[in-house]
Write a new protein. Structure first.
Lengths: 318, 272, 530
């Protein structure tokens, strides 16, 4: 078998093990958190009596390992179980919310990744001239504002003042695609601004690093145009760190958007996870946690494989 | 060397230095007490209160100066911790390869794969949030990100001929890391460091948002933005000033990072 | 009023007649100018218009919400619940009661036996007619031994229940003159067979029926044609009601500003005045019974010292709290959980003033060793709780009291800090009557006795007042209880908070209801869109 394929197979099996470890760790963490679902649901209305009743009803009075292995047994057979709090099937909720999250992440990624790389290339091409400085300044400003601040400013300008876009992203299944895109235009804009700078700056730095190499000088001496040199010679050799940063940001678009979800009342996974953590709804926390872990692990594998494929020296180890 | 300093870097240095000095001498230059309610709610700026007052009538300039102290202290220390830990471990993994690399990388994957919200919530609700614990937790959580980048950069370098040569010469791990890898991996790392510093500033404000950040009446800049955020839609400056402070600090730190970047690359005898 | 005049005024409203024209025509009909202009100034008195969609942007919804009334504790499920369901009795805005599922009710002289006559012809949305059996089963489910209902505290005084034709009869262990008020609780929505078959089915007697439900996102309701209360021109005027979860305060305001919702709850006091400047938005503040508290355990050092408690009470600048935390949308508290919004409140209980001199005196007398007194707080303890604690710290320090604030995470605050730690910030939503408020938190045996206030004399007065039919005597007992708590209690009440809602100006028919926000969730029933 090709060494890259062997590596991929190895990484995938490792990934499954990792996922298992992550689920155990997340379960352990929820156990460490003070309070449980029964207390969280009753809140200020908790009395010793109704607490005990509720715990028994939810099965929280049984030992922790029993509950974990029961959950694990369910997952292996494809059953995520029901939420402790509202008894709704988790799989149904998760698939709906994951769909919403991926929809948002997809559009944000489609816009931000190519834009970041393009801006990075332009910045290198015009290094230390005004386009470079302008791009750097704007992206830095956008990255250094707290997310909710960017969101509020965009809402204020584009929803309240100009009424171009809705202030909260209400997407329902039957909506035509164009209407859905209109509904999520502001959250997508916020996410794009948030992840753009990181990827753009890494692209710029990594390419500049490669530009110092002798082969670039050779290429330049051959008389290739600067942009050609960057595109054909520098970029492919700078891919490893760029892919890594892109990966981290894609993962962020999936698991880290809870603030954007809150501001735009968007029914994604982040809000679902936070609510579940607050209410100590352990099966939901586990389901969301494991899905997030899987997203990370898969993106990691992709990043590693792309890095290897991009670097001939790694592709053919001596 | 300072003669050739470009204008942008000079601006960056001046602003950063101003913020750092204000942070260090906060208790001398702040016009009022940090927690003192001296005026009405959200007063506009005046001679008595240059930046106006905050959501419960404390002098905003005073809050900003003390907030800067907290923000800069925690973010700087956490960034340093994150970079030292992350890059050293990343280089070791890349140079060693084999099972050491696998073990460390998968361990980092494990920690990165768990949403940091759950991690932060659990850790900070079981131990008390002080400046030290905040720095340690933020630094270590963030070092996983630095580790991945450092390792990715270093792996590319370790297969270079000059590293092979060093290995064949029988150089020690330490020598390879600090003499061969570090100088060649510096540019992407420095570029990243500027950004990670901003992420630290934002991370503190996220923790304040969850109610597990710094203890009141202390506040960080992100926290002040959050406290006054309701005013944004009505043009109240109290939320904007700290945001502007974060943004200018971020830009100036990164202007310096860019400058160091060009200096280090030209040091390598490139095309100057 | 003459039909002709009404017709004329509607023409003005519709814009087909000028104001001046109307006034002269009205004068011709013999109406004084004052009356005529008052007709024009109050378009809210015009005939309700049926139809349209009412969108509420509501804070307080989670993806963990359920349609089981027993589980409700936050605003969104309650708002939805009042669309699809109804309890026996409605709390009217003027403090009186109105029958819903119960047509009428009467109590025995000692207030131990209560008979509720069930209204005939009230239909559940599944087509069944409500029987007294359904009502009894509902109460049974909430008072059940295994119940996890938030109403358990309300219904646990019931000794026995029975049905007698169309009458539901309750016998209490101890007489309670306020039982009908308690029956209006939002948990006690009448469900078919008491909800034993499927508590989350959302089948009730309300004017709307649940069409789609996404927990933590939104609920959509459609008007029922077979609502017992009347057709759409009479009551529950909207075709569709949407309850949209908008937990973020700024997002909620932006949604109203941009016209995406018609009504929002919980306007932050900080921005209420700024929001009110918008021409199409009306900010409505309702005096309620909810209050914010700093609670000290009277049985734990150093708070077991009466002198220290008094020192803290005098060191609190209540007016500053109302001005800065509530921006005036509220009133000062008096270290008792009762205010003028309660029936039988005694206005003559002296108001505790902010007095640093007295605070210093009492602090010296307490002999406290000067170690820090830790007040725990969290952003979620009540809106502005951390800021309020910071203000309290400032004024206490001015009196030489070493008050220190510790911010706790929101997450876990209600299980780990409140009712556990000896001194912390908290809030109470208030109860419809004094008896219920005191029974919930100040009776020796109460589960939520969060100040550890255990005084047999206080308990005796409470039980005496509960069964007392004579209102004058009852008021006197409550007054004595209030004075006792004000002087010796562990509860420090800086302020009573108003409910602050905001409405688009094209929504008519608003009547403030002290029992809760959004006219105690009856905006869906009594307002209409012009």
């Amino acid at each position: 078998m090709h060494p890259v394929l062997t590596l991929v197979a190895q990484r995938i099996s490792l990934g499954v093990l990792l996922l298992l470890a992550a689920s155990a760790l997340i379960f352990g963490l929820t156990e460490v958190l003070p309070g449980d679902a029964a207390q969280a649901i009753l809140g200020q209305a908790a009395t010793a009596e109704n607490l005990a009743n509720l715990r028994a009803e939810m099965g929280l009075d049984r030992p922790a390992y029993t509950r974990y292995f029961e959950w694990l047994g369910g997952i292996v057979t494809g059953d995520m179980g029901n939420a402790l709090t509202n008894k709704l099937p988790i799989a149904e909720q998760v698939s709906r919310r994951m769909g919403a999250t991926l929809f948002l992440a997809f559009w944000a990624a489609i816009i931000s990744v190519p834009l970041a790389i393009l801006l990075g290339l332009i910045a290198v091409r015009y290094q230390n001239r005004w386009p470079d400085k302008l791009i750097s300044g704007i992206t830095l400003a956008s990255i250094s504002l707290p997310e909710f601040m960017i969101a509020y400013i965009l809402v204020f300008v584009f929803a309240v003042q100009l009424a171009w876009a809705p202030s909260f992203a209400s997407v329902s299944p039957g909506m035509p695609l164009l209407a859905q895109l209109h509904a999520i235009s502001l959250p997508v804009a916020v996410l794009t601004l948030v992840v753009l700078a990181h990827m753009m700056r890494m692209t710029r730095a990594a390419i500049l690093n490669v530009m110092q190499s002798a082969y670039i000088e050779t290429a330049e001496l051959k008389g290739l145009r600067t942009f050609e040199v960057i595109r054909k010679h520098a970029f492919p050799n700078a891919i490893a760190p760029i892919v890594n940063v892109v990966m981290i940001n894609l993962a962020y678009l999936v698991v880290g958007v809870v603030v954007v979800e809150v501001v735009f009342a968007y029914p994604g996974m982040g809000q679902y996870l936070v609510d579940a953590v607050v209410k100590r709804d352990v099966p939901v926390v586990l389901a969301c946690g494991v899905i997030f872990s899987a997203v990370y692990i898969i993106l990691n594998i992709v990043a590693d494989v792309v890095s290897i494929l991009a670097n001939p020296r790694l592709r053919h180890p001596k | 060397m300072l003669k050739n300093i470009p204008l942008s870097a000079a601006i960056g240095l001046i602003i950063t230095a101003t913020y750092f000095l204000a942070a260090i001498f906060a208790s001398w230059i702040a016009p009022y007490g940090m927690a003192e309610a001296v005026g009405d709610v959200w007063e506009p700026s005046s001679a008595a209160h240059w930046l106006g007052t905050d959501q419960i009538g404390r002098d905003l300039l005073t809050r900003m100066i003390y907030g800067g102290q907290t923000t800069i202290l925690i973010a700087t220390l956490a960034t340093i911790l994150s970079f030292v830990t992350g890059s050293v471990l990343g280089f070791i993994a890349a140079v060693s390869g084999g099972w050491i690399d696998q073990l460390m990388s998968r361990l980092v994957d494990l920690f990165m794969s768990i949403p940091s919200l759950i991690l932060a919530l659990v850790i900070l609700s079981s131990i008390e949030a002080t400046v030290v614990t905040l720095v340690v937790i933020m630094g270590l959580l963030d070092s996983t990100r630095v580790y991945r980048l450092a390792r990715a950069v270093a792996v590319d370098i370790t297969v270079m001929d000059y590293v092979e040569a060093a290995r064949l010469r029988g150089e020690k791990l330490q020598w390879i890391i600090f003499r061969e890898i570090l100088p060649n991996a510096l540019s992407p790392l420095v570029a990243e460091m500027g950004l990670r510093f901003i992420f630290m500033v934002l991370f503190i404000s996220t923790l304040s948002f969850l109610g597990i950040g710094v203890q009141p009446p202390l506040a960080d800049w992100g926290g002040i933005v959050k406290e006054n955020k309701e005013g944004i839609n009505f043009g109240i400056g109290a939320a904007l000033y700290p945001a502007v402070a974060i943004a200018t600090l971020a830009i100036s730190v990164n202007l310096i990072a860019d400058w160091i970047l060009t200096r280090t690359t030209s040091l390598k005898g490139g095309r100057g | 009023m003459s039909k002709e005049l009404e017709l004329l005024s509607s023409k003005v409203t519709a814009g087909t007649m000028t104001r001046r024209e109307f006034m002269s025509r009205a004068a011709a009909l013999g109406v004084t100018a004052a009356v005529a202009s008052s007709m024009l100034a109050r378009p809210a008195q015009a005939t309700p218009i049926a139809g349209g969609t009412f969108k509420m942007g509501i804070q307080g919804g989670e993806s963990t919400n359920s349609q089981d009334p027993a589980s409700w504790a936050s605003d969104v499920p309650i708002a939805g619940g009042f669309c699809w369901g109804e309890p026996l009795i409605e709390l009217v805005h003027d403090g009186s009661l109105k029958g819903l599922v119960a047509e009428s009710w009467e109590g025995s002289d000692d207030a131990t036996v209560w008979r509720f006559k069930i209204r005939p012809g009230v239909m559940f949305s599944n087509g069944q007619e409500v029987t007294s059996e359904d009502v009894m089963q509902t109460m049974a489910r909430h008072s059940n031994e295994d119940s996890k209902s938030g109403a358990l505290g309300i219904v646990q005084g019931i000794e026995s229940m029975r049905t007698d034709g169309d009458v539901f009869e309750v016998t209490l262990g101890v007489g309670n003159a306020d039982l009908p008020y308690l029956m209006a609780d939002y948990h006690l929505i009448i469900q078919p067979n008491g909800g034993f078959d499927d508590p989350t089915a959302a089948i009730g007697t309300g004017a709307y029926v649940l069409e789609s439900d996404e927990p933590g996102v939104r609920m959509v309701f459609q008007r029922r044609s077979d609502y017992w209360g009347g057709d759409q021109t009479e009551v529950a005027h909207y075709d569709t009601v949407e309850v949209i979860v908008l937990n973020d305060a700024t997002a909620r305001v932006a949604a109203l500003q941009s016209g995406q919702v018609d009504s929002i709850n919980r306007v932050e006091p900080k921005i209420a005045k700024l929001l009110a400047r918008a021409p199409t938005i009306e900010v409505l503040s309702t005096k309620g019974r909810g209050h914010y508290v700093f609670i000290a355990h009277v049985d734990t050092a150093p708070f077991d010292s009466l002198e220290l408690r008094l020192a803290l009470k005098y060191a609190l600048n209540r007016q500053e709290m109302v001005d800065k935390i509530l921006q005036g949308y509220g009133s000062v508290g008096n270290d008792i959980p009762i205010n003028a919004a309660y029936p039988l409140y005694d206005e003559t209980i002296p108001q505790r003033e902010f007095d640093l001199e007295k605070a210093r005196e009492h602090y010296a007398k307490s002999g406290h060793d000067g170690s820090p007194i830790v007040l725990r707080t969290a952003d979620g303890a009540f809106p502005g709780a951390v800021d309020a604690a910071a203000l309290f710290q400032q004024s206490a320090q001015a009196a030489g009291i070493p008050l220190e604030i510790k911010r706790e995470p929101n997450d876990g605050y209600w299980s780990e800090v409140w009712n556990v730690q000896p001194f912390c910030a908290s809030y109470w939503g208030g109860r419809p009557v004094q008896d219920q408020m005191y029974t919930t938190a100040y009776l020796s045996t109460a589960d939520w006795n969060d100040t550890r206030w255990k005084r047999p004399a206080f308990d005796d007065m409470l039980l005496e007042a509960r069964a007392e039919i004579d209102e004058v005597k009852r008021k006197e007992i409550y007054s004595n209880m209030g004075r006792m708590l004000n002087e010796e209690g562990g509860v420090i009440v800086p302020m009573f908070n108003d409910f602050v809602d905001a409405l688009s100006t094209n929504i008519n028919g608003w009547e403030a209801n002290p029992n809760g926000p959004q006219m105690y969730w009856q905006t869906v029933k009594y307002t209409w869109k012009a």
